[in-house]
Design a protein around this ligand. Structure first.
Ligand SMILES: C[S@@+](CC[C@H](N)C(=O)[O-])C[C@H]1O[C@@H](n2cnc3c(N)ncnc32)[C@H](O)[C@@H]1O
Length: 398
């Protein structure tokens, strides 16, 4: 993460603008100053951490912009206009100007961008690695948008480059945990979901992509004739997946062993060289057992605050963690702003926590973007409203 360390900073007079960087306002507590920063269409917090005899300035990790260059450029502006050169202790950010314009439509930098680009038929490939299978599907199905989701960022850049070289435009790549993606997609919107050679996690099955909740999400997002396809060298993962999908009423399965496909992935080549068996499991006809489909939006209209509420909230704030059956809510930090308070919270499902900043003045609002509308998040936010309404009085709100 780019950052620099400085002995002291000048008085912060905001808003401040230089070229495309706007430092708009700040929020503060005893340890940290957050600076609401905008570069072109993106907003994020720069974080000034107060240490004993110095300050560390870096990007806030939960609001960081999709383009690292935006952060680098903002740090550069902050250093040039709010610090004296002779006070700089160390510096770890290099900035190339053309990085600001480097952009490809083959990569979505967040779920909102991804959702905005989805139209027509879609396939999804989870953990596409070297991308051979994903590019093959895109080439052979020009009327389909093939969405690739990978947690390993270099794979995203590499496959986007390969697609450009081969003039393939019907792909959209995103860096994220695949377990998060399905829950933001519309019901019945996907034709195929590929999971090829997932990490088996034999010793830590809870880390597998496949889980009961994932199968329910497949059922929700797959269209009528849509199907899920697992290809694996792990007989155990194959069995495990089959069992997970057997909890539906009347699923249909196709099982194959050592089927040759036209395209072989990097991992498949490796396992074939070792003479390992390869298993295919196709699943479809998943009836909807999933609940929480018609979720209301996050609604803060029923709660308002006056000056006294804000004083009590600030006074009573605690690092509280609350747990429900399938969700949690954690109050991480509190910051003061000119006309109110900002809470940093973590919340949602245990395996897919969200981190957000919430602004509280007369009303409540999410700073930056809203979390996804999944039932665990909605439950956590309902709880948040109660906690705030009763000013952290544990006895009253629980
Ligand atoms: C064993 S490799 C297989 C890659 C590719 N499918 C192939 O057949 O060559 C597993 C890939 O899944 C990715 N991965 C693991 N867990 C993931 C998750 N939860 N969400 C998205 N990608 C994941 C890893 O980064 C890795 O690239």
């Amino acid at each position: 993460m780019p950052n620099f360390k400085v002995k002291k900073i000048k008085k912060l007079i905001l808003p401040f603008r230089k070229d495309e960087v706007e430092l708009e306002w700040m929020a503060e507590n005893d340890n940290v100053i957050l600076i609401y920063t905008k570069v072109n269409e993106e907003s994020f917090f720069l974080q000034v951490k107060k240490e004993k005899d110095s300050f560390i300035i870096k990007g806030d990790k939960h609001t960081k912009p999709s383009k690292i260059a935006y952060l680098q450029k903002s740090l550069q502006v902050f250093r040039d206009y709010f610090c004296h050169n002779e006070d700089i202790i160390s510096e770890a950010f290099a900035f190339k100007h053309n990085a600001l314009i480097e952009k490809t439509s083959l990569i979505a930098y967040d779920f909102d961008q991804l959702l905005a680009q989805i139209k027509g038929k879609i396939y999804i490939e989870i953990g596409f690695g070297s991308g051979r299978h994903l590019l093959y599907q895109a080439k052979n199905n020009p009327d389909v948008l093939v969405i690739g989701i990978e947690i390993y960022n270099p794979a995203i850049t590499q496959v986007a480059k390969l697609a450009k070289k081969q003039n393939i435009n019907n792909i959209l790549l995103i860096q994220s945990d695949a377990r998060l993606l399905l829950s933001v997609l519309k019901p019945n919107s996907v034709e195929k979901i590929f999971l090829h050679f997932p990490v088996p996690w034999d010793k830590k099955p809870h880390r597998r992509v496949i889980a009961r909740n994932f199968c329910e999400e497949c059922a929700r997002v797959l269209g009528k004739n849509g199907r899920f396809e697992l290809r694996t060298d792990s007989c155990e993962y194959f069995d495990f997946t089959l069992k997970q999908f057997l909890c539906f009423n009347s699923p249909k399965f196709t099982l194959k062993k050592n089927e040759n496909l036209e395209i072989s992935s990097k991992y498949e080549d490796r396992w074939k060289k070792q003479n390992k068996d390869i298993f295919d499991l196709w699943v479809w006809n998943l009836d909807n057992v999933c609940d929480g489909l018609n979720l209301d939006d996050f609604d803060f209209s029923d709660i308002t605050f006056n000056a006294n509420d804000l004083i009590l909230l600030e006074k009573n704030f605690k690092n509280l963690t609350l747990k429900g059956d399938d969700y949690f809510l954690h109050f991480e930090n509190l910051y003061q702003v000119k006309e109110g308070l900002i809470f940093k919270i973590a919340f949602g499902a245990f395996n897919k926590p969200e981190h957000c900043y919430i602004g509280v003045s007369k009303n409540i609002e999410f700073l930056f973007k809203k979390p996804f509308k999944i039932k665990e998040n909605l439950k956590a936010i309902e709880k948040l409203k109660k906690v705030l309404k009763f000013h952290f009085d544990v006895i009253v709100f629980s």
